[in-house]
Design a protein around this ligand. Structure first.
Ligand SMILES: Cc1ncc(COP(=O)(O)O)c(C=O)c1O
Length: 445
């Protein structure tokens, strides 16, 4: 007999990116702790997804829950035009952990809203209109942010906002530039960007937005020199460099922000997800001083009723303090170097279907192929229905064994909460090891 929650979910809820029927049968989740969550039938799942790569601090961190309860008892909400201790402390802490002179924060309720505001700021700051973004990117599902998005989820929303230009970023495993080394990929991807800028007129370009490590579209770690090169181009052309750190920020890559891996300071940096692990909706844009100066005397024409929400800001304050006390960023780096990296790379040697393993920190992708030599993907690009069957079977095999995965296209992403223990990480990889037998059966190479 299905529970009332299950019945109402099926009858009354339309979930994200989903048809009503496709979502029927999703677990009704009733609890969680650390890297685990469980459903109403008592099934426990090791969360190798951090949900949507956002529960960085793990489920139900007791200090974070307590901080929210405490603030809820004091003051839940107050208009965004008023000052509040949690709001200003959250801004101070974000500025403290952000690189360079990224110092002034505009809070939103989501990553998509952070994207929208970042491109508006870039346009207002420069007086220019065009925004560049990668193919193979995700920036949110509001109208502007989905237009910037460089993958099939954009198609249903087209035509999008005017002035958006897509270009190819680096991805050596499937190089758009016939590169065979990291250095070649870096040089050619930068030359490609310069060429597209030339044809669009660099003086028309307000901003270049990019995920410093591309997330949903493949955990694409750029070659050393690429982000530095983009920084130089932006400096030369007066373009606002926008790092979308919604997924990669707050410890995911083993640094506070992904750009820290290359010591690059963007002009604007967007964040959400890991800032408070999604315990409450929160995102934002942090700007460097010179961009903030544009809004010192002239008002910034953007706002949200729930912007800098008091409860959400209180949770961000608690979360950032917990990160520091428990050295969560350092832990993510070590778990990547000592457990996730080596053990996932070992899968590449053992399995015919594993074409490439890449990542850093607690941010990894296993790219599955039919043939290691030709690199033909295990399922075609944007596969659905019967064409996606091999990946659907891999996903089912992982879930049956108690692992909750993040599977997209021909890849299994490994993005557990940053607090995962080495033992739990090994346990999860052992499950992936077993489930890959399903993929190997489709791999001829
Ligand atoms: C890189 C990136 N930017 C923006 C977003 C949008 O964030 P939200 O879903 O909070 O609107 C996401 C969400 O996955 C993301 O990964």
């Amino acid at each position: 007999m299905p529970s009332q929650a299950r019945i109402s979910d099926t009858e009354h809820l339309l979930h994200s990116w989903s048809s009503i029927n496709a979502r029927a049968g999703a677990p009704v989740v009733v609890g969680g702790e650390g890297a685990w969550f469980w459903d109403e039938d008592g099934n426990r799942f090791l969360d190798f997804s951090s949900q949507l790569v956002n529960v960085n601090i793990g489920h139900q961190h007791p200090k974070l829950v307590a901080a929210i309860q405490e603030q809820a008892a004091k003051l839940c909400t107050i208009g965004p035009n008023l000052a509040n201790d949690q709001r200003s402390e959250a801004a101070r802490l974000v500025a403290e952990v952000a690189p360079g002179d990224l110092d002034v924060v505009f809070f939103t309720n989501s990553g998509a809203e952070a994207t929208e505001n970042a491109i508006r700021m870039a346009r207002l700051h420069t007086g220019r209109s065009k925004i560049f973004s990668f193919y193979r990117s995700y920036h949110g599902s509001t109208h502007g942010s989905i237009t910037l998005t460089g993958e099939p989820r954009r198609w249903a929303s087209e035509p999008g906002i005017p002035g958006v230009v897509h270009f190819m970023g680096p991805y050596l495993y499937r190089s758009s530039f016939n590169a065979t080394t990291e250095q070649e990929e870096c040089e050619r991807a930068l030359a490609h960007l310069e060429e597209v800028l030339m044809y669009e007129g660099a003086h028309n370009v307000a901003g270049i937005i990019m995920e410093p490590v591309v997330g949903t579209n493949g955990v694409l770690v750029p070659p050393d020199g690429y982000l530095q090169g983009v920084r130089e181009i932006c400096n030369r052309e007066g373009i606002v460099m926008i790092a979308d750190e919604v997924m990669a920020g707050f410890g995911r890559t083993g640094e506070w922000f992904a750009v820290d891996n290359w010591s690059v300071v963007p002009d604007l940096l967007t964040f959400a997800k890991g800032v408070n692990s999604g315990y409450l909706p929160l995102g934002g844009v942090i700007m460097r001083r010179h961009v903030a100066e544009s809004f010192r005397d002239k008002p910034y024409m953007g706002g949200l009723t729930y912007g800098a929400h008091v409860l959400a800001c209180a949770s961000a304050v608690a979360s950032i303090n917990i990160f520091k006390e428990e050295k969560i960023v350092e832990h993510a780096q070590v778990i990547g170097q000592e457990v996730l990296g080596p053990q996932l790379r070992a899968l590449q040697d053992r399995h015919a279907s594993v074409g490439e393993v890449r990542g850093l920190g607690a941010f990894w992708a296993i790219e599955l192929v039919k043939d290691k030599t030709t690199r033909e993907a295990l399922v075609p690009f944007n596969a659905a229905g019967p064409a996606a069957k091999p990946m659907a079977e891999v996903t089912a095999a992982l879930k049956q064994r108690g692992l909750w995965p993040f599977v997209i296209g021909n890849r299994i992403h490994v993005t557990p909460p940053l607090v995962i223990t080495p033992e739990e990480a090994r346990q999860g990889i052992a499950i992936i090891d077993e489930a890959l037998a399903v993929a190997d059966a489709y791999a001829g190479g």
